[in-house]
Design a protein around this ligand. Structure first.
Ligand code: ATP
Length: 595
């Protein structure tokens, strides 16, 4: 490594250390007084330990001078008891605080994850994001409290022991310090390797979650493709990588533990040799040597604590860096208040020269898209696949920000709307009509938590879900499985539409929502949508002729541009692409069940 890159690396490293310590302080700050209490209790325990060799020295001195030892023995027993109780209570206080730190980190991560912008989520793996909440946060447990206390008590007791040892015999202290410095140097070399192994191991755990999420996201396809073994091998490879890095970390930790023991034991031999010679020469009494040796063994504890703290810090730093990565992902601002609906009129929508691309360097999906939709009525968007129709909806919902131009809802730029208020006026049915795990009722009232039973019953009848509910073993309280897997495709679509309608939106966005419906249900839903369009602005990405013939206006899109706007009759005559689409694609029902 050349000098420049070495200094760069050191700079990055120290920046990372500062950031990590800042983040760590952020986690510990709300619990600082509890940590201080834990620290004081640990110090009380350590002080008890520190006094024990002195009491032993007094005991030996008394014995050699022929005095009684009962009082010293009693004092020693009380000291042992008190320091044990203080240590045990201190440990409980710290463990409890550690759990609170993990909870706080999880709560903040969960809140953050749900506010992430879609553009950020598009570039990450949900499984990996999940593992940061479930797995990485647990590593904060040790570093946030026990390591802080270990570092503080370790350093303080180390200093206290060194002072007392200096007072006992400076020469023997010199011998000891050489050994302690050797341990320190060895530890400093090994520490980053533990951190590195921990970070790689956590990344592999993230990959494992990503792999599993990928499989369960397309479970039937994986089985139908006979891909179980390949997918198992993929996830197993991540599990093995996590194991490999975990073992590597354990190896360094074990080495550190042994080096630390070995060093103190060699110091013991060195002190015994030098101290023995000094006792023989009459420089120090034998009780001083005994006390010094006891302190030497006592020193093992603070050294061990410092090593433990440093190794917990390395693991914690790896977790903190992964948790902080989530903070760097773009997120939407938190809602400042619950949206209150004062306006009930159907919303108007206007696109003014809107350009958009999903990311820098990616192709433009919208190029100067311009159209106006007055309040109420149904507007259909048609065009070849990939023309940018669904993207219109994503932009209205502000899932993504426009690259140029502006979008107005009710005449106001959507960037001026508080986000939660904007979304509260919109009902949105996605292309694949997702249904969430839970009961049917939970799914229906998901976007309208305040809906009454009466309203739910009404929407069930309108979307023809009432017969399904009657058939289900627990009616509305029947569980629908992961992603609604126990419902049929058409039922899922009807649930998604019912959910959006129940919200009583001022603007309803339907993305090919009827593609899997049979003729009877489609007819019923056409009525629901037509009825909704009387009091709501309905925008629909249409793939069926019936939808476009019902529409008040049709926007024909092609390659990110608006080609033409008009009614079915007007466009059939006027627009070649539309005429072609109407004659081919739109004439055919899009869903397999309708064919
Ligand atoms: N999150 C995304 N990141 C990058 N590109 C995207 C993303 N979503 C969509 N695209 C691209 O944007 C283009 C337009 O997609 P869009 O879903 O708006 O098309 P569409 O007209 O609704 O098509 P279809 O009728 O097939 O649903 C497509 O080429 C697609 O590959």
């Amino acid at each position: 490594m050349n000098t420049a890159s070495a200094s760069e690396a050191t700079g990055a490293e120290s920046l990372r250390v500062r950031e990590t310590l800042q983040a760590l302080y952020g986690y510990v700050r709300p619990h600082r007084w509890t940590v201080v209490l834990g620290l004081l209790l640990a110090l009380a325990g350590a002080a008890g330990g520190l006094l024990q060799p002195l009491a032993t020295k007094a005991l030996v001195d008394r014995l050699s001078s022929g005095g009684t030892i009962a009082a010293v023995l009693l004092a020693l027993t009380v000291l042992v008891l008190l320091s044990t109780v203080a240590e045990a209570f201190g440990a409980y206080v710290l463990e409890r605080t550690a759990e609170s730190v993990v909870l706080a980190a999880r709560r903040s991560l969960i809140g953050r994850l749900l506010r992430l912008r879609l553009s950020a989520v598009d570039r990450t793996q949900p499984g990996d994001l999940m593992s940061r909440v479930t797995s990485d946060t647990t590593l904060l447990r040790a570093v946030s409290t026990q390591a802080v206390v270990n570092a503080a008590t370790g350093a303080l007791t180390l200093i206290a022991a060194v002072v007392v040892m200096a007072f006992l015999d400076a020469v023997l202290l010199g011998v000891t310090l050489v050994v302690v410095l050797v341990v320190g140097a060895g530890a400093a070399l090994v520490m980053p390797k533990i951190g590195q192994a921990a970070e790689r191991s956590q990344a592999a755990v993230g990959e494992m979650s990503t792999g599993l999420e990928r499989v369960f996201g397309a479970f039937r396809t994986v089985k139908a493709s006979g891909a179980e073994e390949r997918e198992t091998a993929r996830v197993e490879a991540s599990a093995r990588r996590a194991w490999r890095h975990g073992v590597r970390g354990a190896k360094w930790e074990a080495l550190l533990g042994t080096a630390d023991n070995l060093a103190v034991e060699s110091a013991f031999l060195a002190v015994l040799a030098v101290g023995g010679a000094r006792v023989a020469a009459g420089d120090i009494p034998v009780s001083t040597l005994i006390a010094f040796l006891l302190y030497l063994f006592y020193l093992m504890e603070p050294v061990y604590k410092l090593v433990e703290a440093a190794s917990a810090y390395q693991e914690g730093a790896a977790a903190i860096s992964r948790i902080k990565e989530v903070d760097r992902l773009a997120a939407e601002p938190p809602a400042t208040h619950k949206p209150v609906r004062t306006e009930v009129r159907p919303a108007s929508v206007r696109f003014e020269d809107v350009s958009f691309r999903y990311g820098p360097g990616l192709p433009y999906i919208h190029q100067r898209v311009d159209f106006e939709v007055p309040g109420a009525g149904m507007t259909a968007f048609v065009g070849p696949s990939g023309a940018g129709k669904s993207t219109v909806f994503s932009l209205i919902e502000r899932f993504y920000e426009t690259t140029g131009g502006r979008i107005l809802v009710d005449g106001t730029d959507i960037r001026q709307w508080p986000l939660s208020e904007l979304r509260s006026v919109i009902g949105y049915v996605e292309q694949d009509a997702p249904v969430l795990a839970g009961t049917l009722r939970e799914n229906l009232v998901h976007s309208a938590p305040g809906a009454t039973d009466e309203e739910v019953r009404d929407v069930l009848a309108r979307t023809r879900l009432d017969t399904l509910v009657d058939r289900l073993p627990h009616g509305l309280d029947t569980l629908v499985g992961h992603r609604g897997s126990t419902l049929s495709g058409g039922e899922r679509q009807r649930v998604a539409i019912a959910r959006a309608v129940l919200r009583r939106p001022r603007l309803l966005l339907l993305d090919e929502a009827t593609s899997q419906l049979d003729a009877v249900n489609e007819l019923a839903l056409r009525d629901v949508i037509a009825e909704t369009a009387r009091e709501t602005t309905v925008l629909v990405v249409a793939h069926r002729l019936s939808t476009v013939t019902d529409a008040d206006r049709i926007v024909v899109m092609d390659a990110g541009r608006v080609r033409a706007i008009g009614t079915h009759e007007e466009l059939v005559d006027r627009d070649e692409l539309y005429a072609q689409l109407a004659a081919t694609q739109l004439l055919l029902p899009a869903g397999p069940s309708g064919r």
